[in-house]
Ligand binder design. Sequence first.
Ligand code: SF4
Ligand code: SF4
Ligand code: SF4
Length: 179
Amino acid sequence: MAQAKKIRKRITIHANKCIGCRACELACAAFHAKPRYSSINPARSRIQIIKDPLKDIYLPVYAGEYTATECTSRNKYILDGKEYSNCDFCRASCPSRDLFKEPDSGLALKCDMCEDTPPLKLPKCVEWCPKGALIYEEVEEQVQEQAPPLGAIEIGVESMIEKYGLQKVLETVAKLARP
Ligand code: SF4
Ligand code: SF4
Ligand code: SF4
């Protein structure tokens, strides 16, 4: 199958630089407000800061996929002498917590990398982070090109032949192909 180039956008988090100012949450919430910039509710942000000031924990987490059920593999992690729970690192909009849910509707929120037309130079959270804790990168990747969904077309042609007969279908295709 043919190879194609694709640009993958990613944001690397440097949690040790984060001071928990929440500028990223405000920027994201304002950018995604409808109409844009009409409100700033950090509960609507697709990035959330996991905070525990007594343990000096400030961990930026991006909203990922929705999950309908809680997972069962929750552990505690010690990193740089700080104790985190498994849920702290998780990006899911999950029934076990209020994170990454639209406050009025409860619908799951997911980071969309601030896709816009024309494209932004930087996602809003990255642009507004005063500490360089969020680093934006574009990485070129080789991906396999998707084959066209021939199966559905073949089934459609077969059923037309069954219904109208081969000759009729061929005549119609010839008519459509004429300039
Ligand atoms: S938030 Fe994530 S880690 Fe925690 S229970 Fe839900 S899916 Fe599991
Ligand atoms: S990249 Fe955009 S959508 Fe994603 S968290 Fe940052 S501001 Fe929000
Ligand atoms: S803007 Fe930067 S420093 Fe402030 S909370 Fe967000 S990631 Fe942390």
